[in-house]
Design a protein around this ligand. Structure first.
Ligand code: DSN
Length: 416
C-alpha cells in the first residue's frame, strides 16, 4: 500500500484516476508531455524540504551544500544543451521566467512589441488581462491573412513606428518555424532588446530540429515540461551582460525560495536531453506532427497555414458549425485530449473558439510513430464528422484504449 493511499484515500483516488486517464487516453495537448521515471523520482524527492534562497555558494540558509550540487549541475547542463552564456534555473514557471526578464530590463509603461495572443502568442506576451499587458504598453503583431505566417512587413513597420524597448518572439500556437534572424535585424534597426520565449520548441531547438534563438537574442526563456520533457518549471538564458540583473530579478525580485526538488528534476531532464536518444525523439515528434497533419487533412479537416513545421498544428473550424470548444468535448468523449484555441482572425470568443490545437510530444514519448498518427487522424476525423453520435464516440474510445495499451507510458508501473 502506498503512503498516500494509507494517509489520504481521496487524493490517492484522484491520482489513480489521473494515471488511468493518461495511460488509456491519447494526450494531444501540444504543451504537455510525460516525464521519465527518473525525473518523476527527483521531483518527488526530499529536496522539497529545503529552503535555499540565493544562488549556489551564496545562500541565505545553512545546509545548502547538496542542493548547491543539484542547482550547479542543472545550470551547467542547461548551458551545454543550449550553448547559452548564462542560465537561471530557478523560475517556477514560464510566466515567472518572462516576468523576471521584463522586470530586469524594462520600467513600467515601457513599450513591448509582441505576438497577438489570438495569432499564436502567449498570455504573458502582453495580453491585457495579464500582468504583462497591465505593466507595459504592448503593440501586438500577427500573422498575414495570406499565408498565416508571421507578417514581417508588419513587424518591421510597427517597430519603426513605435520604437519598442523590447521585441518578443516565440509563440504558443504557431505551427511554423520562427525566423529569429529577421527578428534580430528588426530589433537592431530600432535599437530594441530581443527576447524569445521558446517554451514550445525548446526540445526541437536542442536537437537541431528548429533554428536556435541563442545567437540572436538578449534573452531566451522556456518552460522545461513541454518538448524538453522535464518537470513543470521555467528557465532563463541570457547574454553575460544581462546576467546580474536577470538573477536579481528572479531572486529577490520576483521569487523567494527556489523549488530545489524541481531544480534537481530539471537537472535530470537536461542530462537526458544531452543523451543520444533525445535527438531521435525530437525528430520523431516532428515526423509524427507532419504525418498527423496529413492524416487530418485526408480526413477532411483544414489546418491553419496548411500544415506544420514543428510539433503542433491548428485545426481551422471557422467554416463550419462545429466550434473549437465542442470539438474538444467530442474528442474528450473519445478519450483524445486536446485544447480548443483561437485561430488568427477568429470571430468566436476565446472561450468558444474556431480552432483546435494538437501536438505530438506526449504520444511520441510513449513510442508511437507514423502508423499510429494515421490511426489517430482517422479517430479524430470520424469523431468530428459525427459529433453527436455517442455510440460512435464510445466505439472510438475503445479503439483508442486498445491502441494506448500497446504503448504503456510507464511499463514498470503495471496495468492501469
Ligand atoms: N504554455 C501554454 C500552452 O501553450 O498550453 C499555457 O501557458
Amino acid at each position: 500500500m502506498s503512503f498516500v493511499e494509507e494517509n489520504d484515500p481521496e487524493i490517492f483516488e484522484a491520482i489513480q484516476n489521473e494515471w488511468r486517464r493518461q495511460e488509456l487516453g491519447l494526450e494531444l495537448i501540444a504543451s504537455e508531455n510525460v516525464v521519465s521515471e527518473a525525473v518523476l523520482e527527483a521531483a518527488g524527492s526530499v529536496l522539497t524540504n529545503k529552503y535555499a534562497e540565493g544562488y549556489p555558494g551564496r545562500r541565505y540558509y545553512g545546509g545548502c551544500e547538496f542542493v548547491d550540487v543539484a542547482e550547479s549541475l542543472a545550470i551547467e547542463r542547461a548551458k551545454k544543451l543550449f550553448g547559452a552564456e548564462h542560465v537561471n534555473v530557478q523560475p517556477h514557471s514560464g510566466s515567472q521566467a518572462n516576468m523576471a526578464v521584463y522586470f530586469s530590463a524594462l520600467a513600467p509603461g515601457d513599450r513591448i512589441l509582441a505576438m497577438n495572443l489570438s495569432h499564436g502568442g502567449h498570455l504573458t506576451h502582453g495580453s491585457p488581462v495579464n500582468f504583462s499587458g497591465k505593466f507595459f504598453e504592448v503593440i501586438p503583431y500577427g500573422v498575414s491573412e495570406r499565408d498565416y505566417r508571421i507578417d514581417f512587413d508588419q513587424v518591421r513597420d510597427l517597430a519603426r513606428k513605435n520604437d519598442p524597448k523590447m521585441i518578443v518572439c516565440g509563440h504558443s500556437a504557431y505551427p511554423r518555424s520562427i525566423n529569429f534572424t529577421v527578428f534580430k535585424e528588426i530589433a537592431d534597426e530600432v535599437g530594441a532588446l530581443l527576447m524569445a520565449d521558446i517554451a514550445h520548441i525548446a526540445g526541437l531547438v536542442v536537437a537541431g530540429e528548429h533554428p536556435s534563438p541563442i545567437p540572436h537574442c538578449d534573452y531566451v526563456t522556456t518552460t522545461t515540461h513541454k518538448t524538453l520533457r522535464g518537470p513543470r518549471g521555467g528557465l532563463i538564458m541570457c547574454k553575460e551582460e544581462h546576467k546580474k540583473k536577470v538573477d536579481s530579478s528572479i531572486f529577490p525580485g520576483n521569487q523567494g525560495g527556489p523549488l530545489m526538488h524541481i531544480i534537481a528534476a530539471k537537472a535530470v531532464a537536461f542530462r537526458e536531453a544531452l543523451g543520444d536518444d533525445f535527438k531521435a525523439y525530437q525528430q520523431q515528434i516532428v515526423k509524427n506532427a507532419s504525418r498527423l497533419a496529413g492524416a487530418l487533412q485526408e480526413n477532411g479537416l483544414s489546418l491553419i497555414s496548411g500544415g506544420t513545421d514543428n510539433h503542433l498544428m491548428l485545426v481551422d473550424l471557422r467554416a463550419g458549425e462545429l466550434t473549437g470548444r465542442k470539438s474538444q468535448q467530442v474528442l474528450d468523449a473519445a478519450r483524445i485530449t486536446t485544447n480548443c484555441n483561437t485561430v488568427p482572425f477568429d470571430k468566436r470568443s476565446p472561450f468558444v473558439t474556431s480552432g483546435l490545437r494538437l501536438g505530438t510530444p506526449a504520444v511520441t514519448s510513449r513510442g508511437m510513430g507514423e502508423v499510429e498518427m494515421d490511426a489517430i487522424g482517422g479517430f479524430i476525423g470520424r469523431a468530428l464528422a459525427a459529433p453527436d453520435n455517442e455510440g460512435l464516440l464510445a466505439e472510438i474510445a475503445e479503439e483508442v484504449t486498445m491502441l494506448c495499451r500497446r504503448f504503456p507510458i510507464y511499463p514498470n508501473k503495471g496495468k492501469a
